[in-house]
Structure formats: C-alpha cells, structure tokens
Design a protein around this ligand. Structure first.
Ligand SMILES: Cc1cc2nc3c(=O)[nH]c(=O)nc-3n(C[C@H](O)[C@H](O)[C@H](O)COP(=O)(O)OP(=O)(O)OC[C@H]3O[C@@H](n4cnc5c(N)ncnc54)[C@H](O)[C@@H]3O)c2cc1C
Length: 441
C-alpha cells in the first residue's frame, strides 16, 4: 500500500522538474513532484531585499544569450529582460583600467580550440604545440575565463565540451547577456502558477532516499521530517543535481550500471558567490588612473586575485551591490568556512583590488548574502562540466531506462548548454516529450 499514487513522479522541483511537469500535465497526466527543500526553484534562488525591493540572486543570475525556449517563457510570463552591455575593467600590473587585451586575447585562444577524436583537457591544450604559440598573458586570460564561466578546473575540463559550448553560444547569440527584471525567481513563480493544481501536486520537504523500479512501476521511498513514506507511479523523471547523484544520496534498486559509469565522466563545478550590499555605489566615483575614466560604467571586473578573481556590479541597474565570484580551485581556501569568514575574505579581496582598507569597506557594508552550494546537501556543487574524454557522459545520463525512468537536469544535456538555466529547462521539457512517446493512447 502506498501513501500516494500518480502517473508520473518527478524528483526535484528545480526549473527542469517544473518545466517537465508543465508538459506532462498539459498532456493530461497526473504528476507528483518530490522536492527535498522547503522551497521550489533549486539553484534559482532570489533573495528580495525588503527595504530596497530589489532582487539579489544567490544562484543563477544571467540569461546567457537568446535560447528560444527560455526567452519564450520569459515573454509568456510578461517579464522584462535588461540587457547588460557595460564596461569590463581589468586589474593589470599597472593598476585598474578598462580591459584592453583580456577579451581579444581570450577569444584568440578559444578560437584555436578544435574538437578532436582524442579529447584533451584545457590545460593540456595550453601545453600543446598550438597552445604554446600564445603568450603567457593570453593563456592566463583564457584560463581565467574558462575557469570563471564554467566553474571548472583547467586541468580537468574537456576541450571538446568547451568547443561545443562555444558553438551553441554562437547559435543563441551568447555574447548578449541579460538579467530578468524582478529576478529569476519571478520566472519560477510563473511556471509554478501555470501548473494545474488538479493534476500536479508538489511535496516539499520530501527527501527521496531510494527509487525501486521495474518496467512500468516506480516506488520512491522518502523521508518527510522523521516520517518514512512511499510514493508510487508508472514512471519517474529524475532531475537530481549531478553532485547529489554522484554522492549516492539516492539509491536505485535495481542499480543503474550505465548511469554509474556516466557519472564518472562529469564533474560538479565549485563556486563561492558573495553578494555585498553597500550604503552607496562608492566605487563609481573612483578614478584609478589620473586623468582616466571613473568606474561609473563598470560591469565586470577581472583580476588575478587568489580568492575572488571576478567581480561585477548590477549595471545598468543602479543598485549598490557588488558580486564576488570565486570559481573552481579559487574556492580552496574558502571551503568549509563560516559565511562570516567568507565575507571577510571577499572584503579583503575587494580591498586589495580597489586599494581601499577593509575596515572602510566594512563600514560601508549594509548586508551580505552567501549560499554555500557545495555544502548544500541538495546541490553539492554549483553546476556540471565534462571531463576530457567524457563527452558521452551527459547523453548516457539522459538516456531513458526501460520506458520507465527518465532523466533531466542541467547535467544531462549534451548540446553545449549544460550548467545553465536554459539547458536545464530544455532538458525538462525534452524528458517529458520522451516520456509521452512511451504512453499508449
Ligand atoms: C552560484 C550559481 C550561479 C549560477 N549562475 C547561472 C547564470 O548566471 N545563468 C545560468 O543560466 N545558470 C546559472 N547557474 C546554473 C543554473 O542555476 C542551473 O543550471 C539550473 O538552475 C539547474 O536546474 P535543475 O532543475 O537542473 O537543477 P536544480 O535547480 O538543482 O533542481 C534540482 C532539485 O532537486 C532537489 N533535490 C536534490 N536532492 C533531492 C532528493 N534527494 N530528493 C528530492 N529532491 C531533491 C533540489 O532541492 C532541487 O530543487 C548558476 C548556478 C549556481 C549555483
């Protein structure tokens, strides 16, 4: 006897799970979404500043390019996109200045990458005959870009996967970046609103521990607080984050051997992201070079800082907020520390970069926001990337099993959009369509 039954169980109420539910419900199926946290949205997590009323993203922030499925949903929700086209600044040996070489050097290195039969890591490429043709500066800029954007370690990430990502970016105008006015959570709220209550039930605070399955039957054993329960359905869609899956936090019975092999080909990228809300946009008045421009129009700030190499403002929105981004190996010295210690490190990093004493920055600080995605048991990392030679991993992870188990989530996409909201979204609707093909009418 089961506590609850439905046609389909979806595990995870991130954007992949919610988008999947929408398609299944539209086809007339009943769906139960089992979500471990007490909220939906997963790695989309927007904090709304109560006094100032502006959104502060703790997870996904940017809309990268114009992926049709994501753009269509943003429009459908009546949300507005704000294009980001601000000045990139760089901290060079001779001080802060508008980036002159950073992008052109990075682009040249990335253009030299090729898909090859024997895949390599990005670090191997830089040490290769072709890679060595670039100056040390160019290799360094490209490494910082690859690590920052993909949250990946250069000595692990697959060159083939980077090339596919770049090709996809070209297709969707990936050079254009936007923010959703009102925050990413507004998009999640809209998808949620469209799920028909009669068909879709969302069980939050429900941690899936085990999935027992046979063809045409799935049972999910869960913990709701201290209570054990089971949910049963004919089919399930699993949208677990890669890190959760790799940790073995959810057991499959019988085991999914081919998935276990695929999991070894992908890595969960690490990111520590700090949002610092100050009293004012004090940096805007700074003029780093005598007679030069002020930082008023600064968007991104690229540095070689060990802890937080990348920073950005909210421009063109005029919020007194700076985001500190620590990707991949940079997180090493920060991992496991308290939020207060991480914020202190971010302030120390900003002090080094801007040449302002930490104590002064602290006086200007109103609030700080950190979410440790690595320590969070329901994400266990930020977003996925592919290891050298592991390109088939995502496809193997996505492959349905026995017309019964289906898989979605950002790590399951193999078209170059993994690690993004649009990738997760399209994986969710794609898995729903795969599932519907297996339903007899
Ligand atoms: C710091 C950060 C910055 C990012 N920036 C961007 C950006 O600017 N632009 C962009 O496009 N993307 C960005 N991303 C990536 C983007 O957020 C993700 O790719 C996307 O949100 C993933 O959606 P998903 O549905 O695949 O997974 P998730 O959103 O992780 O959803 C999976 C769900 O499964 C649940 N779950 C986990 N374990 C269990 C369990 N045992 N039982 C039940 N439920 C469980 C989780 O709680 C979660 O709700 C960022 C991510 C991070 C962390």
């Amino acid at each position: 006897m089961h506590d609850h039954d439905a046609d389909v169980i979806i595990i995870g109420a991130g954007i992949a799970g919610l988008a999947c539910a929408e398609v299944l419900a539209a086809a007339g199926l009943s769906v139960i979404i089992l979500e471990a946290r007490d909220r939906v949205g997963g790695r989309i997590l927007t904090h709304y500043d109560k006094k100032q009323h502006f959104p502060i993203e703790l997870g996904a922030e940017f809309v990268h390019g114009e992926h049709p499925e994501l753009i269509e949903r943003i429009k459908r929700a009546g949300l507005r996109l704000r294009r980001i086209n601000e000045e990139p600044w760089c901290l060079e040996e001779d001080g802060l200045q508008k980036c002159s070489e950073f992008w052109s050097q990075t682009e040249k290195v990335l253009e030299a990458l090729r898909v090859t039969k024997k895949d390599h890591t990005f670090a191997e490429f830089l040490r290769s005959r072709v890679g060595k043709r670039f100056s040390a500066d160019a290799r360094d800029s490209a490494t910082r870009y690859v690590e920052g954007f993909n949250a990946a370690r250069a000595e692990l990430i697959s060159v083939n996967s980077i090339v596919r990502g770049l090709r996809m970016e070209e297709k969707i105008n990936g050079d254009k970046q936007f923010r959703i006015v009102g925050g990413y959570a507004a998009l999640v709220a809209d998808v949620l609103k469209r799920l028909p209550a009669a068909q879709v039930r969302i069980e939050t605070g429900t941690v899936v521990k085990q999935i027992r399955w046979k063809r045409g039957r799935v049972e999910a054993a869960v913990m709701r607080g201290r209570r054990r329960q089971t949910y049963a359905a004919q089919k399930a869609v699993v949208t677990l984050p890669l890190g959760v899956w790799q940790a073995g936090a959810v057991k499959f019975s019988p085991k999914l051997r081919e998935k276990e092999a695929a999991l070894k080909k992908l890595y969960m990228g690490e990111v520590i992201r700090v949002a610092l809300r100050f009293r004012t946009r004090f940096w805007e008045k700074m003029r780093p070079q005598a007679g030069g421009a002020t930082l008023r129009r600064m968007g991104f700030l690229f540095t070689k800082d060990k802890d937080f190499p990348t920073w950005w403002t909210q421009r063109p929105a005029l919020e007194p907020l700076l985001i500190a981004w620590s990707p991949a190996w940079h997180t090493k010295r920060l991992r496991g520390k308290s939020n207060a210690a991480v914020v202190s490190s971010a302030l120390a990093s900003l002090a080094r970069i801007l040449g302002i004493p930490s104590s002064k920055l602290r006086k200007l600080l109103v609030e700080d926001y950190v979410h440790d995605w690595q320590a969070d048991p329901f994400s266990r990392g930020a977003y996925s990337y592919v290891c050298a030679g592991g390109e088939r991993g995502a496809r193997a992870l996505a492959a349905p099993v026995n017309h019964t188990l289906f898989f979605a989530g950002e790590a399951t996409v193999s078209d170059g959009t993994s690690g993004t909201v649009h990738g997760a979204l399209s994986s969710g609707t794609g898995a729903a369509r795969e599932l519907l093909k297996t339903i007899k009418t």
